[in-house]
Structures are given as C-alpha cells and as structure tokens.
Design a protein around this ligand. Sequence first.
Ligand code: FO1
Length: 342
Amino acid sequence: MALRQTTILAFAGGVGGAKLALGLARSLPPDQLTIVVNTGDDFEHLGWHISPDLDTVMYTLAGLSNPETGWGLAGESWNFLDALDRLGGEAWFRLGDRDLATHAQRTRLLGEGLPLSAVTRHLCERLGVTAEIVPMSDDPVRTIVHTDDGPLPFQEYFVHRRCEPRVRDFEFLGLPSARPQARLLEALAGAERLIYCPSNPYVSIAPIVNLPGLQPLIASRRAAGMPVVAVSPIVGGAALKGPAAKMMTELGLDSTVIALAEHYAGTIDGLVLDVVDAASAPAIELLGLRTLVTNTIMATDADKIRLAQETVEFALSLKGHGDTETGRQGDRETGRQGDTET
Ligand code: FO1
C-alpha cells in the first residue's frame, strides 16, 4: 500500500511501541516521522545509565533486537552477567555482553556533558537507524510504582519483582521540572497526525503526555486539525505481554479496550482496536472516539508495516478535535499467529 504524504509524530514505550515504530519507519521517509520515546523507565544500574525503551526502539529499528524477548540484542552472550552473579553481584537485570557496550558508551557520552537526545542520535547513527528517535526529555524522569509493598523504582517493580506487587498508583519523579525535548516540540508543531503506539497508557504514554506544557500544546494542535490516534495495547480484555491489563485490574478498572478508551477519551480522536474487540466499537464511538477495527497483532514485520499503514490512513481520515470525516470501521477476519505484546 502506498501511503499518502504526511508527517507523523509517534509516542512509544517499549516492545509493543517499538513494533509499530518499525512499521511506521518502514512506511514513511525519515523526514516525515519522529518517534518520541518514554524515559521514565531509565535507571542507573551498576554504574551505567540504562534507557530500556530507547534501546528497545533503537535496536528494533536497526534490525538488531532479540526476537524472543523484544528487548536486548539478538545473538547475545551473557558472560559478564554470569561472572557477576558468581561474584554475588546484582544479576537480576539481564545485561548482555554486547548490550553493555551501548550502556557504557551512553554513560561515557553523558558524562562528557552531551544531552540524552544527542547521545541517542549518535547511537542511532552508528547503528544505521535513519528514523528520528527522540527521548521525551533530556531531563531525568524516573517512574515510581506505588504498590502494596511500598514504592518501587520501575525496573525494580517490572524486572526484579516481575510486576507481582499490587499497584496502587504511579509517580514520575522529576516530571514537574522536566522540559519536553526541543525536537518533540518542533515535531508536534509540524506534525499532521499524532499516534500513540500500543504501549502501556500508565507507564509509557502518560510520562510523555504529562510533560509540563505538553497537554495544552497537543490540545491546541488538535483544535488546529491534528487528530490524535491511539493503538490499543489491550486485546481481548486479557493481559498482554506487559503489565497493562494487570495494572488496570489493580487500579479498580476493567482490563478492557472500553476502559482504555475511557482513559484516553477527550484527549484522542481515534482508537485502533483488535478484531476480537469489534463488539466494543459502538460503545467506544459513544465516548466520542472514532474506531478502526483490525488485526493489531504484530507477529511479523509485514504485520507491523500493515498495522502502521492502516493506522496512518485511519488518522488521515479523521479531521481532528473529535470532529471526524470518514472514520472507517473495518471488520476483517484474521488468522491469528504469534503472541500479543505491549
Ligand atoms: N526486561 C525484563 O523483563 N528482564 C530483563 O532482565 C530486562 C533487561 C533489559 C536490559 C536492557 C534493556 O534495554 C531492557 C531490558 N529489559 C528487561 C526490558 C525493560 O526492562 C522493559 O521492557 C521496559 O522497561 C518496559 O518497557
């Protein structure tokens, strides 16, 4: 499918976001796409600055990501981690030998005074990534998950505690004084459509959209005719690869695409949902959102490209600020393969 000329800004978190980002990057010229990535998952570990979501998107677009996990590098070896474990070091966060080079280089460049955006640009250039990947801010933001076991830094909750503690709330340390990265603001000013990738709405998309001043800017761009479309990470009301559905349940919400639509209602114009949730489309439209029902499972690169192109075409069919032109509703039957991921 040939895409119409357009300029897209996409917000993404980790594995699910990276998959749609790959589809977008394969469908649009580099100067028509900016991918802004959550940095609330970043942390300092064993002396390195680690940016898991930036690396997941970067490795995916470079064609280097581990196809089994979605994060880290393909063909990785674990000699460092095994040796560290033997010495009684902290081995719960799986840092592969080759992946370590990224963290070492990032940490060194940050130490020399480069902002995270410049470091990311440098790493992407070296890995041959031509699409623009921008950290949401050069200022540190750290997601804290408030749980029944107390406050936990994000990776402590996500990896070390395997998302087991019951979630009560989220906090984004540093967010009130974090400045949106300059390229995010420039891209937002020029974008024709804004897409929220199928990433966790609470810990991947929320840190980005809650950057100081961003919500009014998005609202004014919507009023000027830039629709916002989200792709649902919730499929069939079940937990996807990440903890989004579990979090919804623990926050007292239904883990359904309708609850996701209620979360985004008033801030987006369209929602892309999976065929298994087709029956929810009328209720979502009653919330003022247009819907596109399609196969959102991205098992292959062809799936990623198809979903990205369908999402862009759907976004182009909307006018903006809830005022829609021809929001389509597909009812395609799909042969299901592979798993679902956020
Ligand atoms: N996720 C895991 O579930 N376990 C890990 O040991 C792990 C290590 C890791 C190392 C580097 C990196 O860039 C990402 C890594 N991730 C790991 C993924 C990451 O923690 C999460 O995918 C994101 O923070 C959530 O989007």
